[in-house]
Design a binder for this molecule. Sequence first.
Ligand SMILES: Nc1ncnc2c1ncn2[C@@H]1O[C@H](COP(=O)(O)OP(=O)(O)OP(=O)(O)O)[C@@H](O)[C@H]1O
Ligand SMILES: [Mg+2]
Length: 507
Amino acid sequence: MLQRTAGFGRRREAAVLSRERASAERVEVAPIDAERAHATGPAAVAEIARPSVPVQQSSRRVDTEADLFKSLKQQLFSALVDQIDLPALSKLEPEHARSEIAAILTEIIDERQIGVASADRARIVTDIANQVLGYGPLQPLLDRDDIADIMVNGAGRVFIEVNGKTQETDIRFDSDEQLLNICQRIVSAVGRRVDESSPICDARLPDGSRVNVIAPPLAIDGPTLTIRKFKRDKLTLDHLVRFGSISHEGAEILKIIGRIRCNVLISGGTGSGKTTLLNCLTASIDHDERIVTCEDSAELQLQQPHVVRLETRPRNLEGEGEVTMRDLVKNCLRMRPERIIVGEVRGPEAFDLLQAMNTGHDGSMGTLHANSPREALARLESMISIGGFNLQSKTVREMMVSSIDVIVQAARLRDGRRVITHITEVVGMEGDVITTQDLFLYEITGEDARGIILGEHRSNGNGRPYFWERARYYGEDKRLLDALDASDRRDERRAMDHDRHQLGVGR
Ligand SMILES: Nc1ncnc2c1ncn2[C@@H]1O[C@H](COP(=O)(O)OP(=O)(O)OP(=O)(O)O)[C@@H](O)[C@H]1O
Ligand SMILES: [Mg+2]
């Protein structure tokens, strides 16, 4: 620590020398009076900091106050980068590095007698520290825990998703170049590159957040960055019950499905909560099972001790070294897994996952993009037929029926809420058609004055599910029966309330 400080000290001596020179030619900004500075915001900074000597006026024309603020920040940033020992800085703890940056910036501002109101000074220091240490204007968004997604559509438009709702923020990047630099910084940390010649890139932030960048010329309105924030504290089924995403009984049944090694597909649209649900289901897996997970970007957080996590790899800059999901799933089979968990099935690995489910790896799970359980089956079939396995459609369907026990459907409703809309069993074939049975459904009953969708989870009342015997084998039959009974009783009560209400209204 002392050495680091010494490093800065040496550097600062040099900085002082250069600052002495700078003060001799002090022409950038006019001195200010402190009172005015205190009473003002960026507007006044702009006025106060406006160059008062012709040299500066002729060197740069600044049209607006915001531009002037930006330009002042840029000048201070350049001065800081000139003076600071970046390698030494990078070795410091973030908090320590921030206070070093703040101290040096304060020195620069005082030395150069730049007039800045204290609130603006704090903002400048924070912005510059974010630029040097973190992800620039993105940093405050990355620091927030309540944000699910950050979506940057070029330098001038940044959206976030909070509580299921997408909203525009007032965060702006100074320019597309600054934005692209930050994207570059993010992707270079995982050994990738994003620029005109390689404009699409997936990456991961050190905290596990999933990142996608698509740059011009493919993204027409500027670099476009999408971040799925990594949640340290993953949601559990109990959270989902509290949020109304599933009923208590429905959650109980999902826990049983997870524990008794049903093969499960989780289906849903983009951002509907598939990965979250997969993570929730894995929480019921016994701790003595060996689990191998395959993901494009490791998002799952399994709590069991015996877990092997695998991640795909895109091809490198020379176009080599790609490891696909199929490669991983195939390799998994040689790793003696008891369960295989595939983050997202989207190609020919569907075939290998089904085979694994069929050959002693009961309790395997995966997610896929589809809007209903039936569509999930159709998508799976087309993934296999496109994969070139040369199988008859009926054969593929039979394989699906003998592999998949349950499809759980997730959806993001119009009001932003995420719910589990179906727990559906895959039960058999009638002719060429796969038959399914809904165990639980979410029924939309209306919408309240605030636009919140009203609905309820109900069981189908068809008696025992097809996985009953399996539940018995694992000693979970009593728990399953209790959950189904409780759900039926709740449905009956609701039906009676409804009838009573109708009668009351009718009278
Ligand atoms: N039931 C829920 N209630 C509230 N928030 C939820 C719920 N399920 C998921 N979320 C949140 O929604 C966001 C998206 O969830 P998740 O990553 O699971 O979706 P996904 O369907 O896997 O998305 P993608 O299609 O991009 O892979 C996350 O921030 C997650 O914490
Ligand atoms: Mg996902």
